[in-house]
Design a protein around this ligand. Structure first.
Ligand code: URP
Ligand code: ZN
Ligand code: ZN
Length: 491
């Protein structure tokens, strides 16, 4: 056969183009994207008729927590690399970037990287890479940034909150200086940890312990203040940053202001800030804990509109899941670990923070029909690839360059709207915060390096554990530091 796979008659949508193209795949790569009919005399081992459907690059989810030790309070994350990547592929995410978490008691980042490789290797259904999560920027850790780059790691995440992870301002500056030197993008969890601790103490003093107070303890001000501080540090050191999981309009406006001044400040938001509100935390008994994530979902529709606007106008570079899964009914690691005899309705400050969402990110966003299709591809696939050094291998359909990672969606209006049920999902979590949400899209086929790994109508999950492989990443191809050298101390 001329090709391994032909995809015919679909509407091809990338971040920059929409058109009636056919696609030929060979040796795991996009061999050619050509006008409709170009392959009518060609032979292929398999042909998919995508008549009327959207043909898009596979999803890239650059914010995923898998198999992490207890860091955010109690509890280890519920999904390991097998179940998390399985869930990813069933929702059209062909590449994920997860965290390789360093604890404060740990020194060497290279050791953490090695340990995380061991967790992922031969266990993944999709392709993957890691961000280093730096909580102890020791002399040794900082000196390893150069080797990390050689190992294909071009981003790291730091925290301005969570006792177990929080960096002091001077430590943040240390990280930014070293990161800029190595062309590493620093992702920042921007919330003021001291404000949150103070608010938590105020609430407890007044005997407010229920899950809904999690949202009160994390005011928008704590996020907006830290966002401004992070941007100030980034500007001072001239180091590119990405503010993760932005939840509110004031923080988004602060970011937009920095971007309008030409600073290399990027931002991420997540479906929880488009589809949940603080009312979801305010349910009878302990139910609200299912929606406890950080930052918390905000007030209501106006906030959601602000986040949608930020996606449309480019303030948000990427839309990630922040998949941070904890089981609900698990007394050892789950949300219910905060329930004790003394606190039968739980104590919000001990609820493990995070919600599952790796499988639903793409379908939710497409079903909402609020973004232009090219914009959808840009924020869920192309931009995460560009920002994190995976482009053009991932996130695009570039002839001869891109891996054949493809989602084929149903034609608009073709899939009967359905109500989401947790049992449809492939994660290791006993609930979804979005039970009953009505969707009108889901990937019909997902293809990873030329293999059909998901076929919703015939067999569902077809991919094999271990087919997913580690992808070495380059520096970001979005704008970085504006000047060379200023902070660079000769070695
Ligand atoms: O609720 C969340 N997001 N869990 C903790 C992980 C994070 O990104 O901070
Ligand atoms: Zn975070
Ligand atoms: Zn996260």
């Amino acid at each position: 056969a001329d090709y391994d796979l032909l995809i015919l008659n679909g509407l091809v949508v990338t971040d920059t183009e929409t058109g009636e193209y056919d696609i030929a795949v060979k040796n795991e790569k996009i061999e050619q994207v050509a006008p409709r009919g170009s392959f009518k005399d060609a032979t292929a081992k398999r042909t998919i008729d995508a008549e009327g459907g959207y043909v898009m690059p596979g999803g890239v989810d650059a914010h995923v927590h898998l198999q992490e030790p207890p860091l955010f309070g109690k509890g280890s994350t519920a999904d390991n690399y097998e179940t998390g990547s399985r869930s990813a592929i069933a929702g059209g995410t062909t590449t994920m970037v997860t965290f390789a978490p360093q604890r404060k008691s740990e020194d060497s980042l290279l050791d953490i990287l090695k340990a995380t490789h061991a967790k992922a290797e031969n266990n993944c259904y999709n392709d993957y890479s890691f961000h280093l999560l730096v909580s102890n920027p020791s002399h040794r850790a900082l000196s390893e940034f150069k080797t990390l780059r050689a190992e294909g790691i071009s981003s790291l995440k730091i925290y301005m909150t969570y006792e177990a992870l929080q960096l002091q301002d001077g430590e943040i500056l240390d990280v930014l200086v070293e990161a800029r030197k190595r062309k590493i993008t620093t992702m920042i969890h921007a919330e003021n940890g001291q404000v949150i601790d103070w608010m938590t103490a105020q609430l407890e003093k007044r005997k407010f312990f229920a899950p809904k107070y999690h949202a009160v303890a994390h005011p928008e001000m704590a996020e907006t203040e830290a966002t401004y501080r992070a941007i100030s540090f980034s500007e001072f050191i001239d180091a590119p940053i990405l503010i993760v999981h932005v939840s509110n309009r004031a923080a988004a406006a602060t970011i937009k202001n920095a971007q309008d001044r030409g600073l290399p400040v990027y931002a991420e938001t997540c479906p929880q800030y488009l589809f949940l509100t603080r009312k979801d935390l305010d349910k009878v008994g302990f139910e609200g804990a299912k929606c406890v994530c950080t930052p918390p979902p905000r007030e209501g529709e106006e906030d959601h509109d602000g986040i949608w606007d930020g996606l449309a106008n480019g303030t948000f570079t990427v839309l990630s899941s922040d998949h941070c899964p904890f089981r609900f009914d698990d007394a050892v690691n789950g949300k219910k670990t905060c329930i004790t005899d003394e606190f039968p309705a739980g104590q919000f400050k001990y609820i493990p923070n995070g919600i599952p969402g790796i499988e639903t990110r793409l379908a939710f966003t497409l079903s909402a029909d609020r973004l232009k299709l090219n914009k959808f591809v840009e924020v869920t696939s192309a931009n995460p690839a560009k920002l994190y050094g995976l482009w053009p291998r991932k996130g695009g359909l570039v002839t001869g360059e891109s891996d054949a990672d493809i989602n084929i969606w149903y034609p608009a209006g073709k899939l009967e709207p359905f109500a989401l049920k947790n049992e449809m999902l492939h994660h290791n979590v006993d609930y979804t915060p979005f039970e009953g949400k009505v969707l009108n899209q889901w990937p019909r086929y997902t293809i990873l390096r030329g293999e059909v790994v998901w076929d919703r109508d015939h067999g569902g999950l077809l991919g094999k554990k271990g087919y997913g492989k580690f992808i070495k990443r380059d520096a970001s191809c979005l704008a970085g530091s504006r000047q060379e050298g200023e902070w660079d101390i000769p070695e």
